[in-house]
Design a protein around this ligand. Sequence first.
Ligand code: ADP
Ligand code: MG
Length: 716
Amino acid sequence: MSATAAGRKPRAPAGTSAAGTSEAAAKPGAAGKSAAAGKSQAAAGHERRLKALGLETPMDFVLHLPLRYEDETRVVPIGQLHPGMSAQVQGEILRSEVLYRPRRQLTAVLADETGELQLRWLNFYPSQQKQVSPGARLRARGEVRGGLFGREMVHPRLSRADAPLATSLTPVYPSTEGLPQPVLRRAVAQALAQVAWDDTLPEALRQRYGLMDFEQALRTLHTPPAAVSGYTLGEADHPAWNRIKFDELLAQQLSLAAARAARRRKRAEPLPPDDSEQGLVRRLYRALPFALTGAQARVVQEISQDLGRDFPMHRLLQGDVGSGKTVVAALAAAQAVANGAQVALMAPTEILAEQHFRKLGDWLEPLGVQVAWLTGSLSARARKAALAAAQDGGAQLVVGTQAVIQEHVRFHRLGLVIVDEQHRFGVGQRLALSKKGEGQDEHVPHQLNMSATPIPRTLAMTFFADLDVSVIDELPPGRTPVVTKLAEDGRRGEVIALVAQEVRRGRQAYWVCPLVEESEALQLQTAVDTWEALRQSLPDLRIGLVHGRLPQADKAQVMQSFRDGALDLLVATTVIEVGVDVPNASMMVIEHAERFGLAQLHQLRGRVGRGSAASFCVLLYQTPLSPLARERLRAMFETADGFEIARRDLAQRGPGEFLGTRQSGMALLRFADPEADAALAEQAREAADWLRSHDRQAAQAHLARWMRGREEFLRT
Ligand code: ADP
Ligand code: MG
């Protein structure tokens, strides 16, 4: 019988599995003559594999916790076995034979007073065959299957019957190929005897949060007492698991707090606000065609204060699609430029970067700000000019794709870096970005990250202790919510008629082509086919096509025509996913909506409903739908709230995938789950504050214990 340790996450640490659980079956020990030589060779192999799992010091082993347990404390009557159960039985071998069909295998029948069970090995040693001679009394452990000839165990582990039973549950550890469980168990047992058990948590903290003693918690998890009734080790909130998860979350909070403190020790150029009537920021306000929403005004204020400090801002600006983040970026840029500093703005796609370039240019150039444009696809001459403008300070604002952060791009006096849709960039790119400007008299630029993927509060709290978060939780006035319709692909004709109707009303529409993940060429082909088919069905409409392979200039031109209203319908691949802003577009059709992720669908849908016209989004799907796809479409149908969508997305995909594992210090958490353990995470955060101010030494010791081998997370 196996108790799953529900206390920990179902996922094993990267690169591990519960491999090696059937070790004894695959490679029976003590076979062959050169056993001794083989053994030391095996030992070296084991050591290497342990090291690869990060297991070296006694504490490493002690913190290597079981995935689940096997109950070898009792013997189950054969008559009570059922398929799927993992159990230990004992009895007498009635018969055994080697079969040759379908392939060579050893089978034996084990019986007790209550029934018979077949045992089977697909490869075996002669010694094993001897072991199962009729009349032998054996104990067998393994998983029960419902075989062709009744219940059976394949590759059971055998031992002599009537040996004393285990007194504690047998742990099954995360392992890798070639590292048998007994080896791990021995190593852990040894470590339990050697390790220095001092508790890094002061008594006061343990009391306050009702935490189990460190040693007791770990001994319980490694050698849980025999399954006494009511034993709840398998439950997530068992005190032993709780203590370990708390420790882990506390270590994470301490390391993030350390990173925050380190950032405060860095120097940045203070770019204080200038509220005079003739200041650039005031002039920009006056030039804007709208007044800021309350939420925008609030976040602008937060950013403005940060910029005035002499340590670098590190702020995440979250706001649903269409909430108006661009103008916030423009105001931040204006404040920096007013102080004589340069600003770099980076967007993940050329289309989006180009749109920012134009929009910020429209707002800022009339006020005398020079804006440069830098992407990978510039001509050599244009590129040289842009680089020169960045370097000599001729351009106060440089907008572009990731080309902006390449090595050779130098700035004269970079004061602020803005990253749009920051989740689209890898960590490497963002690191490179934050390093930009380092070396210019040791100043680090302020950094503003913008994201339309709202991160649920609990997650943000756990991961971004070193990131201040501003949230725009209000849409500009006059928007009518986008109505979402689901339509099976068979109703395509009706959908096309809807497009025509929308265009007759003077509106514009997007038609998003299906995502073809396997092949970009295929995706392109699909887009072209769709475009042609739509031109056939809608001969009166002016229909454009934009996709990733189009040269940048052509892409820009198509987008411009659509923006100008010279095109009625824009057939597009997902290049329009982020940020495109055409308020007159009021309809979007997404083909094969079932192939898109939830966040992506929400982003796409956010392209409409930007003006005051009632807008709608049609999700065309093809049946049969997988349960997950059905859930996604349902979520899209039921809600337009980005935070709610993010919550559901997170629930579907788990935080690792949701955030991109390496992006967030996720790898730090082996046991705790920031969503499920939100309450614990909150306590850990509180405890981290307390520890840092009351017992630095304990904080240090705790970090050292939990961060070994993960020092990378102490930096950033
Ligand atoms: P996102 O947050 O998705 O980047 P944008 O910055 O592109 O959103 O803004 C969406 C649209 O709303 C744009 O057309 C923008 O000009 C407009 N907008 C932004 N703020 C306001 C406001 N306070 N009042 C009216 N319209 C606004
Ligand atoms: Mg945007």
